[in-house]
Design a protein around this ligand. Structure first.
Ligand SMILES: Cc1cc2nc3c(=O)[nH]c(=O)nc-3n(C[C@H](O)[C@H](O)[C@H](O)COP(=O)(O)OP(=O)(O)OC[C@H]3O[C@@H](n4cnc5c(N)ncnc54)[C@H](O)[C@@H]3O)c2cc1C
Length: 416
């Protein structure tokens, strides 16, 4: 009996976009190869919880082979894609060459330091399990060092924690860090007066949460200040040597900790593809998310540059990546049936960011919420969106414990 060869779909990247595309094609008459440099899917929105010792990595990352155990038309390959030949239609990884009929590029983004090399070298970032864990180790080490430091100036620098970037990640990190100090570290270090410690949030523009409506920006500022976060607006950083931050106006801040959350750009591989790139290195795509001149290639998520109706690029958000994944999968099915692909349309589900215990801001169904209600929505949504029942349960228990006992449980300094 002659078996018909199924079209081969290669998906690069198993983040929010790649995962959703693969799942949406589960019952399509195709053979899928999913490639990622990691063997797990990472829930990046909770990376800051690793950094502030609230969760362990296995609670926000899930093995890909387990996720796809039952999906018969999919093979997973762990590997780093190093180049793509769009004419010959194959991708090259560090170990293999894989031909495709259709390619979905969902390679995501990476931290953008905007050429500030000293910040990249000496600062911390939240983009991977490794970077979040090393941030946690460093933060905890600062308290240990401060506890035996006799020089008050040195101690002040050790206990000054600077978060750069007033977007949701910076706000969430600053709020959670301030609470870690107030509720947990004060108990662990009774010998220190932790009123000496400071959490500073630096923002280059005149606003935090630029994408949020005015009333929620104001609520964010109020909530952060109530948690003792000092917000420095219109403050641009120019240099950081690991101990001292230099600001554009010549002022200095002495600090051993700088967490950079001020920029994201498309993943590095996009620079090597010879395709047209827009702001932040994102790849320009057609309204159907296809690559111009290569309709068999779809680019989605953080890596794709796609403008909304007002000519603004869609933000780098998981919700955008997931909606684009659905659209790409639907369009691949359509093309396979001989139909025309449809343009992508983003449906904005709203905005949501937490600022610590009992505090969040949300914009949903055109309504603004802040405080406890927004925080409850945040908790429910984030637990619901985690992959795996065990992860949901363990994270829920962890958070409940922290909530009732004011105790971040993962205060371990591990070797890197
Ligand atoms: C700290 C933080 C907090 C965030 N908070 C929120 C939030 O609250 N809400 C929200 O909506 N969004 C949030 N985001 C953004 C959200 O995580 C991204 O928009 C989303 O992950 C984009 O999905 P993606 O599929 O495009 O890329 P990703 O999810 O980043 O996945 C890309 C995948 O591609 C793989 N990859 C990259 N290059 C290669 C290569 N060359 N070879 C092989 N594999 C490769 C990577 O390993 C990764 O698994 C946050 C991001 C961060 C970093």
């Amino acid at each position: 009996m002659k078996t018909e060869k199924l079209p081969h779909i290669v998906i690069v990247g198993a983040g929010f976009g790649g995962l959703e595309t693969a799942q949406r094609l589960a019952h399509a008459p195709v053979q899928i190869t999913l490639i990622d440099r990691h063997n797990y899917h990472l829930f990046q929105p909770l990376l800051y919880q690793i950094a502030i010792a609230g969760l362990v990595p296995s609670q926000i990352a899930y093995p890909l082979r387990t996720i796809f155990r039952r999906q018969k038309n999919l093979t997973f390959q762990m590997g780093e894609v190093t180049s793509i030949d769009f004419n010959a239609r194959y991708v090259r990884t560090n170990g293999s060459v894989i031909a495709y009929d259709y390619l979905v590029l969902a390679v995501g983004g990476q931290t953008n330091f905007f050429g500030l090399n000293t910040v990249e070298e000496n600062g911390f970032q939240l983009k991977s399990i490794e970077s979040a864990t090393s941030t946690r180790n460093h933060l905890l080490r600062m308290f240990e060092r401060a506890s035996r430091e006799v020089d008050p100036e040195q101690r002040k620098a050790l206990l000054t924690f600077v978060v750069v970037g007033g977007g949701p990640t910076g706000v969430e990190t600053a709020g959670a860090l301030a609470e870690l100090i107030t509720h947990v570290m004060t108990k662990d270090y009774p010998e220190m007066d932790l009123r000496e410690s400071r959490v500073l949030l630096l923002e280059a523009t005149g606003n935090v949460m630029a994408a949020y409506p005015d009333e929620l920006r104001k609520s964010t500022m109020d909530l952060l200040q109530s948690k003792n976060v000092q917000i420095l607006l219109n403050t641009r950083l120019t240099d950081y040597n690991g101990q001292r931050i230099t600001l554009a106006d010549g002022r200095h801040i002495d600090s051993y900790t700088l967490i950079w959350t001020a920029g994201v750009r498309a993943a590095e591989i996009t620079d090597r593809l010879g395709v047209q790139q827009a702001t932040a290195g994102r790849v320009r795509v057609d309204p159907t998310l296809q690559l111009p001149q290569h309709p068999e290639v779809f680019v989605i998520g953080d890596a794709a540059y796609f403008e909304n109706g007002e000519g603004q690029p869609l933000p780098m958000l998981a919700t955008v990546a997931q909606q684009q994944a659905k659209s790409a999968a639907r369009n691949i099915r359509k093309i396979l049936r001989g139909e025309n692909p449809e343009p992508f349309q983003y449906k904005d589900p709203g905005l949501l960011a937490t600022i610590g215990r009992n505090a969040a801001v949300a914009r949903i169904w055109g309504l603004s919420f802040s405080g406890f209600i927004a925080w409850l929505i945040w908790v429910v949504l984030h637990i619901y969106r985690l992959i795996g029942f065990r992860n949901r349960l363990v994270v829920l228990i962890n958070w409940a414990w922290d909530y009732f006992f004011y105790d971040n449980q993962v205060r371990l300094i591990t070797r890197e």
